[in-house]
Ligand binder design. Structure first.
Ligand code: ZN
Length: 438
């Protein structure tokens, strides 16, 4: 890549600085120049950088590379990230079908969680935030366990990481009752305390409760809390292979009853894949009607679910294509990084999009565009960022530039972005350097 002067001459300052990108290509294939001013996109289109008093050294030549808005990861568990090396991964736990399933992973996390300190959580979380930034993500929404094992330590740790990384990423938190509310006496009070301590979003895990009544009460509790704190809702919903678990229908009901349309995200929703088609059609239509976003996490669920199946093994993901066809926004999340639930992950939403495309059979040009939207526009809309997001005048200049010219090529090649900006400031660079037969 070359620039009108040198790529390293690109300004790294935000706020006051005015700078530009010339010769980039947008995801729709159109060539584009972008002017950034005061940390925001000031102008977009051919000739946008031809303004008086803009020196050559303040304009980066993108050399035909793809320019995207920075990714948004709307579903990750930063408090747990990185604990796997300390776990006894060979041990069996009561209630789990086999090592590696969801019940096993939750139980396997208990010991680590008891030993958490704010500092240890913050250090692990910050490392994963930085991995995300290196791979083009500048906005992250993290669930944090809120329960009687770890108390508020996971929340305080992730909040500390958010402060430590405030120059490179926005990290917001979801209070997540991982051990249940009825099943974990004391968790309800802790959920209130978590919101009072600045958790941004109300989480939930209704299917983890024992019996239908407790599940309904769990959903009602979460919505009560959301109304009390005027917060959005982002719950783990039906993360099980059992197609008869149907708390999603209860979430749809409550969303409409409380007038929370457009403020609710449901994560995982694996059970929907195994449910009967009549229920699925009905509840998918309900999600569309209630403006619910689905955060699917195929990278984790592909290995976490379906572990008890023989032969035809369930894929662990929800009905992504049916949801998309019904107009339900579908986001993809990293979910887990090197924890009891998932031994992989590196904060790369490009990798998340690629694995998710495999899981959901997304291969046509239109479908590949939905895979891009699932890590950009859809989570941004779920956050209600509005005009703050995108490569458009007025948006905060959270951008990323790739060497390859098109989204399908970027997705296929999996090279990290050459540059990542947050609010107009350069926050990460990557170099692609390969030698063959040197
Ligand atoms: Zn999750």
């Amino acid at each position: 890549m070359t620039s009108r002067t040198s790529p390293t001459g690109a300004p790294t300052d935000s706020g006051r600085a005015r700078w530009g990108i010339e010769g980039a290509v947008l995801a729709d294939g159109s060539p584009v120049d972008v002017l950034v001013e005061g940390g925001r996109v000031a102008a977009v289109g051919p000739g946008a950088c031809r303004v008086p008093d803009l020196p050559d050294r303040a304009v980066l030549d993108a050399a035909g590379g793809l320019l995207l808005p920075a990714f948004v990861d709307t579903h990750v568990h930063l408090d747990k990230a990185g604990i796997r090396p300390g776990l006894d991964t060979g041990r069996r736990y009561p209630g789990s079908a086999n090592p590696g399933d969801l019940a096993w992973a939750i139980a396997a996390t208990h010991e680590a969680k008891r030993a958490y300190t704010v500092e240890s959580v913050a250090a692990r979380a910050a490392e994963v935030v930085e991995q995300h930034v290196q791979h083009g993500t500048t906005r992250i929404r993290s669930h944090v366990d809120v329960d009687t094992i770890g108390g508020l330590t996971p929340l305080l740790g992730v909040q500390a990481a958010a402060r430590a990384c405030v120059d490179v990423a926005d990290v917001v938190t979801i209070a997540f009752p991982q051990e249940g509310v009825a099943r974990d006496p004391g968790a309800a009070d802790l959920m209130v305390a978590a919101m009072e301590h600045g958790a941004d979003v109300v989480g939930g895990m209704p299917h983890w409760e024992d019996g239908e009544d407790a599940r309904r009460a769990h959903v009602a509790f979460c919505f009560d809390l959301a109304q009390r704190f005027d917060a959005d809702v982002d719950m783990h919903v039906d993360e099980t292979d059992d197609g008869d678990v149907r708390t999603l229908a209860t979430v749809v009901e409550e969303t409409e009853r409380r007038g929370w349309q457009g403020r609710v995200t449901v994560g995982h929703v694996c059970a929907l894949a195994a449910a009967d088609h009549a229920y699925a059609d009905d509840v998918v239509a309900g999600c569309a009607r209630a403006g619910i976003t689905v955060a699917s996490n195929p990278v984790t669920n592909l290995v976490l679910q379906g572990r008890g199946d023989r032969g035809l093994v369930r894929r662990g993901t929800t009905r992504i294509r049916e949801l998309l066809a019904a107009g339900v926004p579908v986001a993809f999340g990293q979910d887990c990084v090197d924890d009891a639930f998932y031994p992989f992950g590196r904060g790369s939403m490009l990798e998340v999009a690629l694995v998710s495309a495999h899981a959901a059979h997304l291969t046509t040009p239109d479908e590949l565009r939905t895979a891009l939207a699932a890590v950009t526009d859809v989570p941004a809309a779920a956050w209600r960022l509005g005009q703050e997001y995108g490569v458009a005048p007025g948006a905060r200049a959270d951008l990323q530039l790739y060497a390859a010219p098109t989204w399908p090529q970027v997705l296929r090649l999996q090279d990290a972005p050459l540059r990542v900006w947050r609010a107009g400031a350069l926050v990460a660079t990557n170099e692609v350097r390969r030698t063959l037969r040197p």
